[in-house]
Design a protein around this ligand. Structure first.
Ligand code: SF4
Length: 283
């Protein structure tokens, strides 16, 4: 009988485990960064509100009583001038309206004027056929439905031909001092976007953003201030950032920080606006 070979020593379980592929431990998770106090970043609602408040403060000093650059002596005249001002300049409208109002001084007179004769007078303002039709139509409705008086609500005003929300705001705010909204024309819209008070191009959406940012009792003057600032300083092609009293607040500022203080720049802008631009530009 042959002897049994000695039994193989059994591997201890611990040994077997040591030969198994070693699983890597998952990397330790990074601890989340400690929470920082929230700063008002550029573009946040908080920053926008704060900027609007500063813009309001500076523009109120710059143009305490901002003028309307359309010449008028009554709500009716302002309504007609504003309808005519679409796609034209206030300067041009101010040349045309004295002759228009001398010839047809009231809504009744204009309502019965001939289309052809009115067209000849308003021709220099552009789009003269539509404009002549609009002001004659507005005159007729004012006589028939509003007793010869320019109405005092946005709804009634926008029921007149040629009158959209912007024109209604101009007439209510400037002629009646009723704060129905903020007038947003091409200048005001551009300034509001450069100051990042809005991201919109659509004037009604810009107006909604601005009315949420500015106090209601400042709506009328804010509209005029933004229009005038855009017309004389924040020009479309080449904004005059070095002369701008809002330069430190503006995310779109071009060039170096201005040398003059903001109040000195505000004074210069006021002089320029009151002279309707007829002053020499700063060197
Ligand atoms: S700093 Fe320049 S871009 Fe900004 S509001 Fe003034 S003129 Fe316009």
């Amino acid at each position: 009988m042959t002897a049994k070979p000695p039994a193989r020593p059994r591997r201890a379980p611990s040994d077997a485990a040591s030969r198994a592929p070693v699983k890597k431990a998952p990397p330790a998770k990074k601890a989340p960064p400690a929470k920082q106090p929230r700063a008002a970043k550029k573009g946040t609602a908080t920053a926008r509100t704060a900027r609007a408040s500063e813009v309001h403060a500076r523009l109120s000093v710059t143009l305490e009583s901002p003028p309307c650059e359309l010449d008028f002596t009554s709500p009716w005249q302002l309504l007609v001038a504003t309808i005519l001002s679409a796609q034209s300049t206030d300067k041009m409208i101010n040349k045309v309206t004295p002759g228009l109002f001398a010839r047809w001084p009231s809504p009744v007179a204009l309502a019965i004027a001939s289309q052809e004769e009115v067209e000849v007078v308003v021709k220099p303002t552009g789009f003269f056929r539509n404009k002549a039709k609009a002001i004659r139509g507005a005159a007729a409705l004012i006589v028939e439905q509003f007793g010869g008086e320019v109405p005092r609500t946005v709804e009634e005003l926008t029921s007149l031909p040629g009158v959209a929300r912007k024109t209604a705001n101009v007439v209510l705010g400037t002629a009646y001092r009723i704060p129905s909204g903020i007038t947003v024309d091409t200048h005001a819209g551009r300034v509001a976007r450069r100051l990042e008070l809005t991201e919109h191009d659509d004037p009604e959406k810009v107006e909604a953003d601005l009315t949420a940012l500015f106090p209601r009792d400042a709506w009328i003057d804010t509209g005029h201030r933004l229009v005038l600032h855009g017309r004389y300083v924040c020009l479309a092609r080449k904004p005059r950032c070095g002369e701008c009293p809002l330069a430190e607040l503006c995310p779109s500022r071009e060039g170096e920080a201005p040398a003059l203080s903001w109040t000195e720049r505000a004074t210069r802008e006021r002089v320029k606006v009151l002279a309707r631009g007829a002053v020499a530009d700063a060197p």
